[in-house]
Design a protein. Sequence first.
Length: 135
Amino acid sequence: MVRCRIVLSFQNVMYENKITERHLKTCLDTVIMAILTGGSTHRYKIIATPRKEPGISLSSSSLYPLRHWLEDDKLIESTLDKGKVFYRVTSAGKEKIGKAVAAYNLSIQKMSHFVKIHGESSITYSGNGRKHYSK
């Protein structure tokens, strides 16, 4: 019985990590700008910071095109110091972070509301305690 609980707990953590990774990849521009709000940052730190979170990875191949897009839109800027390129978020980038986080929080609230209203109403229970989902 204990082993079953450990496996289920591990599966829940894996599922939560997959959801978190999917959300972060969707909002990768905001994640990168948030990393840069702490000050001028080398590209390696931009890649390494999300890796500190379980189940999240950011590769150089996903960073480069996004970095160019963020620079073209004046949301981040780069400087060269001793042969290394450092990045920092601009004031326009900080404003976009605030708007993105507000929009993300609103979407979470809407999803929670939808599930609260519609999620449980589509589940019925039979006499034997089993759940049946309506289509």
